[in-house]
Design a protein around this ligand. Structure first.
Ligand code: C2E
Ligand code: MG
Ligand code: MG
Length: 725
């Protein structure tokens, strides 16, 4: 029932209502017109007939009872009364057979009934004393009177004729009642006639009216019920399609579009809807797909992550999130070109999808960075399975441009729900684990632990502090002399950054330089250091202290800034320092990420300013003898690890001898770092190295102390010579 009423609210209800209104209006108009016609016909007919009947009756009455009565009419001949010519009314209006015969004749002419009444002085009513009516068995009907309340009574008692409907034997009949008066003109009785068949017509007309009302009502009910049921059924597909479209908009749609196969309007609508579904799918696909690899893109990843996290938190299903990064991908790109790099990414994507297994969600976040969401059944055991599968994904070499490329990856892993309660946190923590893996030199998989977050907080704090220190120029320079071991003469000084935080105290460059490098602050810091070094060079020149050159450390990030050479040039110019007063130290790590051509052109621009170049920390990192041969270095700085205990370590002696020979062979001067003892200095001296820089001669110190320190070292040599002489 409630469904029926709910149907009434929609299109069904509206159309049915309109239909009902139209049908009822047209029915009512048709029936009403017919009824009106009939009404007019009966009304006209009745009035003509009754008029004639009244005239005929009055005429016949006064003619047949001519001796007693005379008829009085108005100007148009309509009877006003029948008046007694003389004698008394009681006699004249007492029943005689003559009366019956007269009434029968009147009735026959009028095809209706006729009655005679006499005023009853006692009751005030008009009693019938003659009539044409008979019971079906032929006997007389019961007596009747026209008394107060009867429609004709008021007129009659006032001595006026009455025309209108009056009750006759249980029916209303159109009648004309003519007063019968005494000779003096007082009311004494009445002659009543009616016209039978006209009455029947009136009855029929009234019945018709009732029937019209009832049948109209019935038909309307039928139309309404039929309309609601039928249209409800016909419109049902529309309602279902509307629901479907609604779900489509809310992206909760499931299953096929219904009614596609129908060949009516509903079918057309369903087919249109299906095209919308296809379009929506295509758009969703485009919006969520990484075109290069066919994997999900970042948006897909974020949506998947949210969903997986919810499942993990609800305990429905456990998920592991892995951030996956190809180690040194940039090198491959540089070596083989972008197109090959793209192909390689697609191959890696396929391997990852396979390794992650069915049900996993794999997306690409950035150039060579992927995210994998892997569902796990057993929380404890799964971690290892996932790790193993992922770390093996790149094991087999990739074939690219007819060569085999070996790749390794860094992977950061977290358990959703356990290691993160929100999507942002999950993303950040997986990123932290990945960063850890990268920091371990790549080819590592690291599972997130909360300490990483603490480390991150520390690092963020450090970053903030360092930014302030650079702004407030809290960074200062210490200098460490480089000494020619054979003569104890100064060969140059290295500028080393020092940072003393007002609260934390001295912070080692080993701590803050990597922070500055990863945050990019190294650019500002390096600019500051270069400026201070040039200022010091100018000061020492002015003071007449011959420092030979100041070596300034420049990190790779700084070197690859397009304006680095401009910065260097303007620092030299600002302090009016010639290029030869400065030596730029670059660590071997520049070779890791960059092509030889790029390095060569950067170094050539520096060289063009007259600035010397040193390769720092030689032997600790990525060494290619090919690079050494082609790049324009002036100096090799051998790392401290090669010199510690060299006086007792025969293998180290051999290596050092080799390095010195090789370096000299390529035209470099050799500076050995970290000489701490007399024995170490003596040993490298015999090997022919050009300079030593170490605690044995001097620790890094403020500029102010350097000239004295150098003088002391040189004097010590003179003393040594004097002693030996
Ligand atoms: P580096 O350029 O190789 O500098 C030499 C480091 O060895 C200095 O450490 C120095 O104090 C230390 N050292 C010198 N002689 C000895 C020795 O006999 N024994 C020992 N144990 N150490 C010795 P420091 O000053 O802590 O600097 C560390 C590194 O930080 C530097 O290594 C350099 O790579 C970087 N660095 C320092 N200042 C700057 C700078 O202004 N810019 C950049 N980009 N890097 C800098
Ligand atoms: Mg250095
Ligand atoms: Mg070094």
């Amino acid at each position: 029932m409630s469904r029926f009423f709910s149907l009434l609210k929609g299109i069904t209800g509206r159309i049915t209502t309109r239909m009902v209104i139209i049908v009822s209006l047209s029915m009512m108009i048709t029936a009403g017109l017919g009824y009106l016609k009939l009404y007019q016909a009966t009304a006209t007919n009745s009035s003509i007939r009754i008029d004639r009947a009244a005239r005929a009756a009055a005429a016949l009455f006064s003619e047949k009872l001519d001796a007693e009565f005379t008829a009085i009419s108005d100007d148009e001949g309509r009877p006003l009364a029948i008046r007694l010519k003389g004698g008394d009314t009681a006699t004249a209006l007492t029943f005689r057979d003559e009366h019956d015969a007269l009434l029968a004749e009147i009735g026959k002419i009028n095809q209706g009934a006729a009655n005679l009444f006499r005023l009853n002085a006692d009751t005030g009513g008009f009693d019938r004393f003659a009539t044409t009516f008979r019971k079906p068995d032929g006997s007389m009907p019961p007596p009747m009177s026209i008394s107060p309340g009867h429609p004709a009574y008021a007129n009659l008692i006032e001595n006026r004729p009455h025309l209108g409907e009056v009750p006759v034997m249980g029916r209303m009949r159109l009648a004309y009642l003519t007063p019968i008066q005494s000779a003096g003109g007082a009311i004494a009785g009445a002659l009543a006639v009616d016209v039978g068949w006209v009455d029947d017509l009136t009855v029929a007309r009234n019945e018709l009216r009732t029937q019209i009302i009832i049948t109209t009502g019935l038909i309307l009910l039928l139309v309404a019920t039929f309309g609601v049921i039928n249209m409800g059924r016909e419109l049902k597909p529309l309602r279902r399609l509307a629901h479907y479209a609604d779900d489509l908009a809310a992206e909760t749609v499931s299953g096929e579009v219904p009614y596609k196969d129908r060949d009516d309007e509903v079918g057309v609508l369903a087919q249109g809807l299906e095209r919308v579904v296809a379009l929506q799918n295509r758009l969703a696909h485009l919006a969520y797909t990484d075109t290069l690899t066919g994997l999900g893109n970042r948006s897909r990843y974020l949506a998947d992550l949210e969903a997986a996290l919810n499942q993990s938190l609800l305990g429905e299903r456990g998920w592991v999130l892995a951030h996956f990064d190809i180690d040194k991908f940039k090198q491959v790109n540089d070596a083989y070109g972008q197109a090959a790099g793209d192909r390689l990414l697609a191959l890696v994507a396929a391997r990852l999808s396979e390794a992650a297994g069915p049900g996993a969600r794999v997306s690409r976040l950035a150039a060579d960075q992927f995210a994998l969401l892997i569902s796990v059944e057993n929380a404890a055991a799964s971690g290892h399975r996932v790790e193993k599968a992922l770390s093996r994904a790149l094991e087999a070499p990739f074939v690219l441009a007819a060569t085999e490329v070996h790749l390794t990856s860094s992977i950061g892993l977290i358990r959703l729900g356990r290691d993160a309660a929100g999507a942002d946190e999950a993303h950040r923590n997986a990123g932290l684990a990945l960063r850890r893996a990268r920091a371990q030199g790549g080819d590592h998989i690291v599972v997130f632990s909360p300490e990483m977050n603490d480390a991150l907080q520390d690092q963020l704090r450090m970053e903030r502090m360092l930014r302030e220190a650079i702004e407030k120029q809290e960074i200062e320079l210490y200098f460490q002399p480089q000494i020619e071991p054979a003569t104890n003469q100064l060969a140059g000084v290295e500028a080393l950054a020092r940072w003393t935080h007002p609260v934390e105290g001295p912070i080692s460059p080993g701590v803050f330089i990597p922070v500055a490098e990863t945050t990019g602050q190294i650019v500002d810091l390096g600019t500051l250091v270069l400026d201070m070094a040039c200022a010091q060079a100018a000061k020492w020149r002015q003071a007449g202290f011959d420092f030979k050159h100041i070596s300034v450390n420049v990190s790779p990030v700084q070197l690859w800034q397009t304006n680095f050479v401009r910065t260097l040039k303007s620092a030299l110019k600002r302090h009016k320092v010639p290029g030869r007063d400065i030596c730029i130290e670059i660590t071997e790590s520049v070779f890791v990420d960059n092509s030889e051509r790029r390095i060569a052109s950067a170094l050539a621009s520096i060289r063009a300013l007259g600035v010397a170049l040193a390769l720092d920390d030689f032997g600790t990192g990525y060494s290619s003898l090919g690079y050494l041969n082609r790049l324009p270095f002036d100096q090799l700085k051998v790392d401290r690890s090669f010199v510690t205990n060299i006086d007792t370590d025969v293998r180290k002696q051999k290596v050092m001898r080799g390095i010195v020979e090789l370096g000299h062979g390529l035209g470099f001067s050799i500076v050995v770092e970290g000489t701490e003892t007399r024995q170490e200095v003596d040993m490298v001296e015999t090997m022919g190295c050009d300079a030593v820089q170490g605690f044995y001669h001097a620790r890094p110190a403020p500029a102010l102390l350097i000239p004295d320190a150098v003088a002391r070292i040189e004097r010590a040599a003179l003393d040594k010579k004097a002693i030996s002489a």
